[in-house]
Ligand binder design. Structure first.
Ligand code: NDP
Length: 317
Protein backbone atom coordinates (compact mmCIF):
# COMPACT_ATOMS: atom_id res chain seq x y z
CA UNK A 1 0.00 0.00 0.00
CA UNK A 2 1.27 3.47 -0.90
CA UNK A 3 1.72 6.13 1.80
CA UNK A 4 0.32 8.86 -0.39
CA UNK A 5 -1.02 9.17 -3.90
CA UNK A 6 -1.23 12.61 -5.47
CA UNK A 7 -3.75 12.97 -8.28
CA UNK A 8 -2.70 15.63 -10.77
CA UNK A 9 0.69 17.04 -11.74
CA UNK A 10 -0.09 20.76 -11.82
CA UNK A 11 1.68 23.16 -9.51
CA UNK A 12 -0.44 22.10 -6.49
CA UNK A 13 0.34 18.39 -6.94
CA UNK A 14 4.02 19.01 -7.64
CA UNK A 15 4.43 21.15 -4.54
CA UNK A 16 2.69 18.44 -2.47
CA UNK A 17 5.13 15.98 -4.07
CA UNK A 18 8.20 18.00 -3.01
CA UNK A 19 7.01 18.16 0.59
CA UNK A 20 5.85 14.54 0.92
CA UNK A 21 9.00 13.29 -0.83
CA UNK A 22 11.20 15.30 1.54
CA UNK A 23 9.22 13.72 4.40
CA UNK A 24 10.34 10.30 3.08
CA UNK A 25 6.80 9.28 2.08
CA UNK A 26 7.82 8.40 -1.49
CA UNK A 27 4.70 9.93 -3.12
CA UNK A 28 3.21 8.48 -6.30
CA UNK A 29 1.73 11.04 -8.71
CA UNK A 30 -0.87 10.13 -11.33
CA UNK A 31 -0.79 12.59 -14.22
CA UNK A 32 -4.46 12.63 -15.28
CA UNK A 33 -5.40 13.67 -18.84
CA UNK A 34 -3.71 17.10 -18.68
CA UNK A 35 -0.18 16.35 -17.44
CA UNK A 36 1.33 19.48 -15.87
CA UNK A 37 -2.02 21.22 -15.50
CA UNK A 38 -3.13 24.65 -16.62
CA UNK A 39 0.33 26.27 -16.40
CA UNK A 40 1.42 24.16 -19.36
CA UNK A 41 -1.20 26.04 -21.39
CA UNK A 42 0.05 29.55 -20.55
CA UNK A 43 3.07 31.56 -21.62
CA UNK A 44 4.44 34.29 -19.31
CA UNK A 45 3.92 33.84 -15.59
CA UNK A 46 4.88 37.20 -14.13
CA UNK A 47 3.51 36.94 -10.61
CA UNK A 48 5.14 33.79 -9.25
CA UNK A 49 7.58 34.93 -6.54
CA UNK A 50 11.25 34.30 -7.23
CA UNK A 51 11.20 35.03 -10.97
CA UNK A 52 11.74 38.79 -11.33
CA UNK A 53 11.79 38.55 -15.13
CA UNK A 54 8.86 36.14 -15.29
CA UNK A 55 8.97 32.49 -16.33
CA UNK A 56 7.18 30.45 -18.98
CA UNK A 57 4.37 28.29 -17.52
CA UNK A 58 5.66 24.96 -18.97
CA UNK A 59 9.19 25.77 -17.73
CA UNK A 60 7.89 26.41 -14.20
CA UNK A 61 6.17 23.01 -14.27
CA UNK A 62 9.28 21.23 -15.64
CA UNK A 63 11.66 22.61 -13.04
CA UNK A 64 9.21 21.94 -10.19
CA UNK A 65 8.82 18.36 -11.43
CA UNK A 66 12.62 17.89 -11.43
CA UNK A 67 12.72 19.29 -7.92
CA UNK A 68 10.12 16.70 -6.77
CA UNK A 69 11.96 13.87 -8.57
CA UNK A 70 15.21 14.84 -6.88
CA UNK A 71 13.63 13.88 -3.54
CA UNK A 72 12.14 10.61 -4.79
CA UNK A 73 8.66 11.47 -6.08
CA UNK A 74 7.43 8.90 -8.63
CA UNK A 75 5.25 9.70 -11.65
CA UNK A 76 2.76 7.60 -13.58
CA UNK A 77 1.02 8.70 -16.79
CA UNK A 78 -2.52 7.39 -16.31
CA UNK A 79 -6.00 8.54 -15.36
CA UNK A 80 -7.85 7.64 -12.17
CA UNK A 81 -11.30 6.33 -13.11
CA UNK A 82 -12.68 5.01 -9.82
CA UNK A 83 -12.22 5.85 -6.16
CA UNK A 84 -13.20 3.48 -3.33
CA UNK A 85 -12.89 3.82 0.42
CA UNK A 86 -11.50 0.64 1.97
CA UNK A 87 -13.18 -0.36 5.23
CA UNK A 88 -12.07 -2.54 8.08
CA UNK A 89 -13.59 -6.01 7.47
CA UNK A 90 -14.48 -6.53 11.12
CA UNK A 91 -16.78 -3.58 11.72
CA UNK A 92 -17.03 -2.08 8.20
CA UNK A 93 -16.65 1.30 9.88
CA UNK A 94 -13.02 2.33 10.18
CA UNK A 95 -11.32 3.48 7.00
CA UNK A 96 -8.20 1.46 6.31
CA UNK A 97 -7.23 3.32 3.17
CA UNK A 98 -8.34 4.01 -0.37
CA UNK A 99 -8.25 2.27 -3.73
CA UNK A 100 -7.88 3.96 -7.08
CA UNK A 101 -8.64 2.18 -10.30
CA UNK A 102 -6.79 3.58 -13.31
CA UNK A 103 -7.89 3.65 -16.93
CA UNK A 104 -5.11 1.16 -17.71
CA UNK A 105 -6.92 -1.30 -15.41
CA UNK A 106 -4.33 -1.11 -12.65
CA UNK A 107 -5.61 -0.83 -9.07
CA UNK A 108 -3.52 0.96 -6.44
CA UNK A 109 -4.15 1.17 -2.73
CA UNK A 110 -3.02 4.05 -0.58
CA UNK A 111 -3.18 5.20 3.03
CA UNK A 112 -3.80 8.82 2.06
CA UNK A 113 -4.79 10.79 -1.01
CA UNK A 114 -4.15 14.35 -2.16
CA UNK A 115 -6.57 15.44 -4.87
CA UNK A 116 -5.05 18.14 -7.04
CA UNK A 117 -6.88 17.37 -10.25
CA UNK A 118 -7.51 21.04 -11.02
CA UNK A 119 -10.17 22.31 -13.37
CA UNK A 120 -10.57 22.02 -17.15
CA UNK A 121 -11.86 24.49 -19.69
CA UNK A 122 -15.63 24.82 -20.00
CA UNK A 123 -17.25 24.34 -23.42
CA UNK A 124 -20.52 25.80 -24.67
CA UNK A 125 -22.01 22.38 -25.30
CA UNK A 126 -23.01 22.92 -28.94
CA UNK A 127 -22.80 20.02 -31.43
CA UNK A 128 -21.21 22.37 -34.00
CA UNK A 129 -18.54 23.23 -31.42
CA UNK A 130 -17.51 19.57 -31.24
CA UNK A 131 -17.56 19.34 -35.04
CA UNK A 132 -15.07 22.22 -35.38
CA UNK A 133 -13.01 21.51 -32.26
CA UNK A 134 -9.37 21.76 -33.36
CA UNK A 135 -10.52 23.11 -36.74
CA UNK A 136 -10.95 26.68 -35.61
CA UNK A 137 -12.57 26.17 -32.19
CA UNK A 138 -10.20 26.03 -29.23
CA UNK A 139 -9.94 26.78 -25.50
CA UNK A 140 -6.24 27.68 -25.51
CA UNK A 141 -5.02 30.93 -27.02
CA UNK A 142 -1.42 30.30 -26.04
CA UNK A 143 -1.45 26.87 -27.69
CA UNK A 144 -3.28 27.76 -30.88
CA UNK A 145 -3.00 31.55 -31.33
CA UNK A 146 -0.13 31.29 -33.81
CA UNK A 147 -2.39 29.38 -36.25
CA UNK A 148 -4.44 32.56 -36.70
CA UNK A 149 -1.83 34.87 -38.19
CA UNK A 150 -3.54 37.63 -40.22
CA UNK A 151 -6.98 36.13 -39.47
CA UNK A 152 -10.03 37.41 -37.62
CA UNK A 153 -11.03 35.65 -34.43
CA UNK A 154 -13.61 35.89 -31.67
CA UNK A 155 -13.17 35.26 -27.96
CA UNK A 156 -16.21 34.23 -25.92
CA UNK A 157 -16.38 35.33 -22.26
CA UNK A 158 -16.18 38.39 -20.07
CA UNK A 159 -13.67 37.51 -17.35
CA UNK A 160 -9.92 38.02 -16.96
CA UNK A 161 -9.22 35.04 -19.23
CA UNK A 162 -11.19 36.61 -22.10
CA UNK A 163 -9.25 39.87 -21.67
CA UNK A 164 -5.87 38.17 -21.38
CA UNK A 165 -6.47 35.85 -24.34
CA UNK A 166 -7.76 38.68 -26.56
CA UNK A 167 -4.75 40.85 -25.87
CA UNK A 168 -2.43 37.91 -26.50
CA UNK A 169 -4.21 37.01 -29.76
CA UNK A 170 -3.62 40.49 -31.21
CA UNK A 171 0.00 39.36 -31.68
CA UNK A 172 -1.27 37.20 -34.53
CA UNK A 173 -4.81 38.10 -35.54
CA UNK A 174 -5.78 41.24 -37.45
CA UNK A 175 -8.89 41.66 -35.31
CA UNK A 176 -10.15 40.12 -32.07
CA UNK A 177 -13.82 40.53 -31.16
CA UNK A 178 -15.03 39.52 -27.73
CA UNK A 179 -18.56 38.16 -27.65
CA UNK A 180 -20.11 38.63 -24.23
CA UNK A 181 -23.61 37.78 -23.00
CA UNK A 182 -23.77 40.84 -20.69
CA UNK A 183 -23.30 44.57 -21.24
CA UNK A 184 -20.23 44.81 -19.02
CA UNK A 185 -17.20 42.64 -18.23
CA UNK A 186 -16.54 41.04 -14.90
CA UNK A 187 -12.78 41.16 -15.61
CA UNK A 188 -10.51 43.27 -13.38
CA UNK A 189 -10.10 46.93 -14.30
CA UNK A 190 -6.42 46.64 -15.20
CA UNK A 191 -7.13 43.81 -17.67
CA UNK A 192 -10.10 45.68 -19.18
CA UNK A 193 -7.99 48.85 -19.61
CA UNK A 194 -5.38 46.88 -21.55
CA UNK A 195 -8.11 45.36 -23.72
CA UNK A 196 -9.90 48.62 -24.53
CA UNK A 197 -6.62 50.39 -25.29
CA UNK A 198 -5.70 47.83 -27.95
CA UNK A 199 -6.85 49.04 -31.39
CA UNK A 200 -7.23 45.45 -32.65
CA UNK A 201 -9.73 44.56 -29.89
CA UNK A 202 -13.49 45.07 -30.15
CA UNK A 203 -16.52 43.83 -28.24
CA UNK A 204 -20.09 42.79 -29.06
CA UNK A 205 -22.29 43.09 -25.96
CA UNK A 206 -25.38 41.06 -25.10
CA UNK A 207 -24.65 38.29 -27.56
CA UNK A 208 -24.56 34.51 -27.18
CA UNK A 209 -23.02 32.13 -29.68
CA UNK A 210 -25.80 29.82 -30.84
CA UNK A 211 -23.93 27.87 -33.46
CA UNK A 212 -20.46 27.60 -34.97
CA UNK A 213 -20.60 27.96 -38.74
CA UNK A 214 -18.15 26.31 -41.10
CA UNK A 215 -17.53 24.94 -44.56
CA UNK A 216 -17.18 21.36 -43.31
CA UNK A 217 -13.42 21.74 -42.89
CA UNK A 218 -12.87 24.97 -40.95
CA UNK A 219 -14.76 27.63 -39.02
CA UNK A 220 -16.12 30.45 -41.17
CA UNK A 221 -18.23 32.30 -38.60
CA UNK A 222 -20.76 32.07 -35.79
CA UNK A 223 -24.48 32.53 -35.39
CA UNK A 224 -25.24 35.03 -32.62
CA UNK A 225 -28.37 35.53 -30.56
CA UNK A 226 -29.01 38.90 -28.93
CA UNK A 227 -29.73 38.22 -25.24
CA UNK A 228 -32.12 41.20 -25.06
CA UNK A 229 -34.03 40.99 -28.36
CA UNK A 230 -33.44 37.31 -29.30
CA UNK A 231 -32.51 38.54 -32.78
CA UNK A 232 -30.24 36.18 -34.72
CA UNK A 233 -27.29 37.44 -36.75
CA UNK A 234 -24.21 35.94 -38.36
CA UNK A 235 -20.66 37.07 -37.72
CA UNK A 236 -17.71 36.09 -39.91
CA UNK A 237 -14.52 34.84 -38.25
CA UNK A 238 -11.77 32.28 -38.77
CA UNK A 239 -11.32 31.21 -35.17
CA UNK A 240 -13.37 30.82 -31.98
CA UNK A 241 -11.58 30.97 -28.62
CA UNK A 242 -13.56 29.91 -25.57
CA UNK A 243 -12.75 31.69 -22.31
CA UNK A 244 -15.89 30.92 -20.31
CA UNK A 245 -14.35 29.52 -17.17
CA UNK A 246 -13.46 26.07 -15.92
CA UNK A 247 -15.09 22.97 -14.48
CA UNK A 248 -13.41 21.17 -11.54
CA UNK A 249 -12.25 17.62 -12.25
CA UNK A 250 -14.11 15.81 -9.51
CA UNK A 251 -16.47 13.39 -11.28
CA UNK A 252 -14.98 10.23 -9.71
CA UNK A 253 -15.63 11.63 -6.22
CA UNK A 254 -19.32 12.42 -6.79
CA UNK A 255 -21.55 11.18 -3.94
CA UNK A 256 -18.45 10.30 -1.89
CA UNK A 257 -16.78 13.63 -1.13
CA UNK A 258 -18.57 16.84 -0.24
CA UNK A 259 -18.63 19.37 -3.08
CA UNK A 260 -20.44 22.61 -3.86
CA UNK A 261 -23.10 22.83 -6.55
CA UNK A 262 -20.44 23.54 -9.21
CA UNK A 263 -18.48 20.42 -8.24
CA UNK A 264 -15.60 22.10 -6.37
CA UNK A 265 -14.42 19.97 -3.43
CA UNK A 266 -15.23 21.35 -0.01
CA UNK A 267 -12.26 21.50 2.33
CA UNK A 268 -11.64 23.02 5.74
CA UNK A 269 -8.79 25.46 6.21
CA UNK A 270 -6.36 22.55 6.59
CA UNK A 271 -7.16 21.15 3.09
CA UNK A 272 -9.14 18.27 4.68
CA UNK A 273 -12.15 16.89 2.83
CA UNK A 274 -15.05 15.22 4.69
CA UNK A 275 -13.21 11.85 4.54
CA UNK A 276 -10.25 11.57 6.94
CA UNK A 277 -7.07 10.83 4.99
CA UNK A 278 -8.29 12.57 1.81
CA UNK A 279 -7.01 16.09 1.20
CA UNK A 280 -7.52 18.51 -1.70
CA UNK A 281 -5.28 21.28 -3.02
CA UNK A 282 -5.23 23.78 -5.86
CA UNK A 283 -7.99 24.77 -8.28
CA UNK A 284 -10.10 21.67 -7.55
CA UNK A 285 -11.06 23.26 -4.23
CA UNK A 286 -10.41 26.96 -4.86
CA UNK A 287 -13.23 29.09 -6.21
CA UNK A 288 -11.72 32.33 -4.99
CA UNK A 289 -8.01 32.85 -5.74
CA UNK A 290 -7.10 30.32 -8.49
CA UNK A 291 -3.52 31.53 -8.66
CA UNK A 292 -0.40 29.44 -9.26
CA UNK A 293 1.10 30.55 -5.97
CA UNK A 294 -2.05 29.81 -3.92
CA UNK A 295 -2.31 26.39 -5.60
CA UNK A 296 1.32 25.70 -4.65
CA UNK A 297 0.65 26.92 -1.10
CA UNK A 298 -2.33 24.61 -0.63
CA UNK A 299 -0.27 21.72 -2.05
CA UNK A 300 2.28 22.35 0.69
CA UNK A 301 -0.48 22.44 3.32
CA UNK A 302 -2.01 19.17 2.10
CA UNK A 303 1.40 17.47 2.18
CA UNK A 304 2.04 18.57 5.76
CA UNK A 305 -1.45 17.38 6.78
CA UNK A 306 -0.75 13.98 5.18
CA UNK A 307 2.42 13.68 7.20
CA UNK A 308 0.56 14.55 10.41
CA UNK A 309 -2.32 12.17 9.61
CA UNK A 310 0.04 9.24 8.94
CA UNK A 311 1.97 9.91 12.16
CA UNK A 312 -1.30 9.92 14.13
CA UNK A 313 -2.50 6.70 12.47
CA UNK A 314 0.79 5.02 13.36
CA UNK A 315 0.53 6.25 16.93
CA UNK A 316 -3.03 4.87 17.31
CA UNK A 317 -2.16 1.91 15.18
P1 NDP B 1 -14.65 33.62 -15.00
O1 NDP B 1 -15.50 32.61 -14.36
O2 NDP B 1 -14.15 34.79 -14.22
O3 NDP B 1 -15.43 34.25 -16.26
C1 NDP B 1 -16.09 33.44 -17.18
C2 NDP B 1 -16.81 34.34 -18.16
O4 NDP B 1 -17.43 33.51 -19.13
C3 NDP B 1 -17.91 35.20 -17.54
O5 NDP B 1 -17.88 36.48 -18.07
C4 NDP B 1 -19.18 34.44 -17.89
O6 NDP B 1 -20.27 35.28 -18.12
C5 NDP B 1 -18.82 33.79 -19.20
N1 NDP B 1 -19.54 32.53 -19.41
C6 NDP B 1 -19.61 31.45 -18.59
N2 NDP B 1 -20.34 30.47 -19.13
C7 NDP B 1 -20.76 30.94 -20.33
C8 NDP B 1 -21.55 30.42 -21.37
N3 NDP B 1 -22.05 29.18 -21.30
N4 NDP B 1 -21.78 31.18 -22.46
C9 NDP B 1 -21.26 32.43 -22.56
N5 NDP B 1 -20.49 32.99 -21.61
C10 NDP B 1 -20.25 32.26 -20.50
O7 NDP B 1 -13.47 32.79 -15.67
P2 NDP B 1 -12.00 33.26 -16.12
O8 NDP B 1 -11.41 32.03 -16.72
O9 NDP B 1 -12.03 34.48 -16.91
O10 NDP B 1 -11.25 33.57 -14.75
C11 NDP B 1 -11.17 32.57 -13.73
C12 NDP B 1 -10.31 33.08 -12.57
O11 NDP B 1 -8.95 33.19 -12.98
C13 NDP B 1 -10.72 34.47 -12.08
O12 NDP B 1 -10.57 34.48 -10.68
C14 NDP B 1 -9.72 35.39 -12.74
O13 NDP B 1 -9.52 36.58 -12.03
C15 NDP B 1 -8.47 34.52 -12.78
N6 NDP B 1 -7.59 34.91 -13.88
C16 NDP B 1 -6.59 35.80 -13.63
C17 NDP B 1 -5.74 36.21 -14.62
C18 NDP B 1 -4.64 37.16 -14.27
O14 NDP B 1 -4.71 37.79 -13.24
N7 NDP B 1 -3.63 37.28 -15.08
C19 NDP B 1 -5.86 35.73 -16.00
C20 NDP B 1 -6.98 34.83 -16.19
C21 NDP B 1 -7.81 34.45 -15.17
P3 NDP B 1 -21.02 36.07 -16.92
O15 NDP B 1 -20.15 37.23 -16.61
O16 NDP B 1 -22.33 36.40 -17.53
O17 NDP B 1 -21.14 35.07 -15.81
Amino acid sequence: MENVIILGTGIAGLTAAIYTARANLSPLLISGPEDGGQLTLTTDVENFPGFPNGIQGPELINITKSQAQRFGARFKIDIASKFTILKNNKNNKNTTGFELELLSGEKIQTKTLIISTGASARWLGLPSEQKYKGRGVTTCATCDGAFFKNKEVIVIGGGDSAMEESTFLTKFATKVTVIHRQDSFRASKIMQDKFFKNPKCAVLWNKEVNEILGDGKRVTGVKLKDTKTNQLTEFKCDGVFLAIGHIPNTSIFKNILDMDQLGYLKTDRFTKTNIPGVFAAGDVQDTRYRQAITAAGSGCQAAMEVEKYLAEQEHHG
